[in-house]
Design a protein around this ligand. Structure first.
Ligand SMILES: Nc1ncnc2c1ncn2[C@@H]1O[C@H](COP(=O)(O)OP(=O)(O)O)[C@@H](O)[C@H]1O
Ligand SMILES: [Mg+2]
Length: 319
């Protein structure tokens, strides 16, 4: 997918942060984060639990004050102009935060009153949202009794009710099945096409792959930041799949080699990331005593998961 690189230059960035830091006591949850998000794009935060995704989102929505650093969102300087920003953004929290004991329609009515819609505006907008998010047949159902996918559609409808220019979605699809996830992403692309900038956090690779650009976070530190394609193309590693007997033993041996970034068993084969500087990775692997020429070696294309493994945890290559 290509993005119009001129958008940011013409209109400025939806989000720009410099050295954004947030401490909780001795813990640095977000550390010197530099971030720019172009308008009308979908930007992803990919990272494991505890990597600081929610904290960054709370900082960027103005709900949490930074310990240090500069941040400007839709031209509002935070935290000073958080109130001015409030009506221009939508925020779908990680945990379902609507009222279980109100119906779908009552929840949306409640939110539209918070945003000060007139009765006529409310009627028109609710009818539009119930239709876009396929909630018409559920409008009288209690939110608490809905499935994960249905709750998520309602939460998205609520987050966009006031037509925000910028939408924050914190792990929006962690409780939904793959089919619903795909539909949900189609709705995000529709919103983006209509001009909404979206910042979405996730720990799913397939979700991150759909973003125009993404940052990989670990322990509050940004480890990588680029388009998924560029991250994959520029991966400083080669990927070899091995089919052999006793993959467990081979894996244990391979991971001791300084040239090997990681080895992971996937079904019947081992996926091995070898450092870029090894010119002939298959030849290199065949030289190991516990592998033979009869084993099957295939050089394969890198994936976003390989990027993730390479820049986080034990696999991290110092940049
Ligand atoms: N209000 C808080 N008080 C103390 N520690 C917090 C608070 N919020 C988050 N943290 C800590 O900050 C780190 C990052 O958390 P979070 O931003 O929720 O990560 P993620 O959303 O990626 O799972 C974690 O170690 C978490 O325990
Ligand atoms: Mg979180």
């Amino acid at each position: 997918m290509s993005i119009n690189m001129n958008i940011g230059k013409n209109d400025g960035f939806a989000i720009s942060a410099s050295k954004l830091t947030r401490n909780f006591g001795p813990l640095t949850a977000v550390s010197a984060l530099d971030l720019t998000v172009e308008k009308k794009t979908i930007y992803g935060f990919l990272g494991p639990n505890g990597s600081g995704k929610t904290t960054v989102i709370r900082l960027l929505t103005g709900l949490l004050k930074p310990s240090s650093g500069q941040v400007s969102v839709l031209g509002c300087h935070l935290p000073q102009e958080a109130n001015k920003l409030r009506l221009q953004i939508g925020y779908m929290t990680q945990k379902f935060s609507l009222y279980d004991d109100l119906t779908v329609k009552e929840n949306l009515q409640f939110i539209s009153r918070i945003y000060g819609l007139t009765p006529n505006e409310q009627k028109a907008r609710l009818s539009e949202l119930l239709s876009i998010y396929q909630l018409n047949s559920l409008s009288k159902q209690l939110a608490g009794s809905m499935s994960g996918g249905q709750k998520q559609r309602l939460a998205l409808a609520a987050a966009v009710l006031h037509k925000p220019k910028l939408l924050f979605l914190d792990e929006p699809t962690s409780a939904v099945d793959p089919q619903n996830r795909r539909e949900f992403w189609e709705q995000l692309f529709d919103l983006c096409d209509q001009g909404t900038t979206i910042l979405v956090s996730s720990h799913y690779m397939d979700e991150a792959e759909r973003c125009h650009r993404l940052a990989i976070l670990e322990d509050g530190i940004k480890k990588a930041d680029d388009s998924p394609q560029a991250l994959i193309t520029n991966l400083p590693a080669k990927v070899v799949e091995i089919e052999a007997n006793d993959l467990r033993r081979i894996k244990d041996n391979l991971t001791k080699l300084p040239q090997v970034i990681s080895a992971a068993q996937l079904g019947t084969h081992l996926r091995v990331l070898v450092k870029q500087e090894v010119e002939q990775p298959i030849h290199f692997l065949q030289q190991q005593s516990y592998l033979t020429k009869n084993d099957k070696f295939t050089l394969v294309r890198a994936s976003l998961e390989d990027v993730f493994v390479t820049c986080t945890g034990k696999g991290a290559i110092a940049s």
